[in-house]
Design a protein around this ligand. Structure first.
Ligand SMILES: NC(=O)c1ccc[n+]([C@@H]2O[C@H](COP(=O)([O-])OP(=O)(O)OC[C@H]3O[C@@H](n4cnc5c(N)ncnc54)[C@H](O)[C@@H]3O)[C@@H](O)[C@H]2O)c1
Length: 265
């Protein structure tokens, strides 16, 4: 087991990518704190982990509130006595309007939940657990939306770009303290989160799949497999990097096929 005797905490662990990662960490021997503002999801995931693998605890927090971020790290330390892996993953995003039409409240909430909370949770984990323990791993779920722009998702794009560089800075500043930090950049992944976007999600998801060189969306487990590698000692010399998991989306310039040609040519 690749995470035996480790303790991990993941935000947004009650659904989608977070759920797949929480279960994968537990499968590999970690005790896991599943943090979510939706306790129904968190309790379900914890129940499934306990039934199949072992130790897990659910904790309710809105990561946009700094006191609740501190409380979630404190909870992990109270319950398990240490914290080896912090995976920042939950987000909020205002979307569907152009940059100049975003209101200030939506912008600030996006940045609070999707960027500031990642820094604040890392700060708490580093200061209260990882420095004292002599090391740890921080993983941040960023996105391909953090390394290129999308239409009508400006605040999300900015938050995710911030997460990518936050990961680099933490990596270099704490590299000699035994702390590794990396960002994962998923492309479109079939989760409850992405299924809920727009008025006609099925049609939109077909369009999204068409734009991906592999012709399909990813599965949350395909992200969790990468997260497991980065969380484990197999990645002992990997820090400050961004791993893209996107079926080739980010490799494509966006240029159309040659005239009369298509993906099946
Ligand atoms: N699904 C994709 O296509 C995709 C692509 C790129 C990046 N990502 C990233 O992956 C991560 C997970 O996305 P997903 O698609 O699995 O989402 P999801 O909606 O399926 O799950 C997100 C979970 O986060 C929880 N959450 C939301 N706001 C919270 C808050 N303020 N405090 C605590 N918990 C909160 C939700 O209750 C939910 O359980 C996000 O960082 C997202 O940006 C997803």
């Amino acid at each position: 087991m690749r995470l035996a005797n480790r303790i991990g905490l993941i935000t947004g662990g009650g659904s989608g990518i977070g759920e797949a990662c929480a279960k994968t960490y537990a499968r590999e021997g970690a005790g896991v704190v599943v943090v979510d503002r939706n306790m129904e999801g968190a309790r379900r995931v914890v129940g499934e982990i306990r039934a199949a693998f072992g130790r897990a605890e659910a904790f309710e927090a809105n990561i946009g509130v700094p006191e609740q971020v501190e409380a979630m790290i404190g909870f992990a330390l109270d319950k398990f006595g240490r914290l080896d892996l912090l995976h920042n993953n939950a987000i909020y995003s205002v979307m569907g309007v152009r940059a100049a039409d975003i209101d200030l409240k939506g912008w600030q909430r996006t940045l609070d939940v999707s960027l500031t909370a990642y820094w604040y949770a890392s700060r708490a984990a580093i200061n209260t657990a990882m420095l004292k323990q002599g090391g740890g791993v921080i993983l941040n779920t960023a996105s391909v939306s953090g390394i290129a722009g999308d239409y009508l998702q400006c605040a999300y794009n900015v938050a995710k770009a911030g997460v990518v560089n936050l990961s680099r800075v933490i990596a270099i500043e704490y590299a000699r303290k035994g702390i590794r930090c990396n960002a994962i950049c998923p492309g479109p992944i079939l989760t409850p989160g992405i299924r809920g976007i727009g008025r006609n999600p099925d049609k939109w998801l077909r369009q999204v799949a068409e734009g991906i060189p592999m012709g399909r969306l990813g599965d949350p487990q395909e992200v969790a497999n990468v997260a497991l590698f980065l969380a484990s000692d197999e990645a002992s010399f990997v820090t400050g990097t961004t791993v893209v998991v996107d079926g080739g989306l980010n490799a494509h310039s966006g240029m159309a096929y040659a005239p009369g040609r298509g993906p099946d040519w």
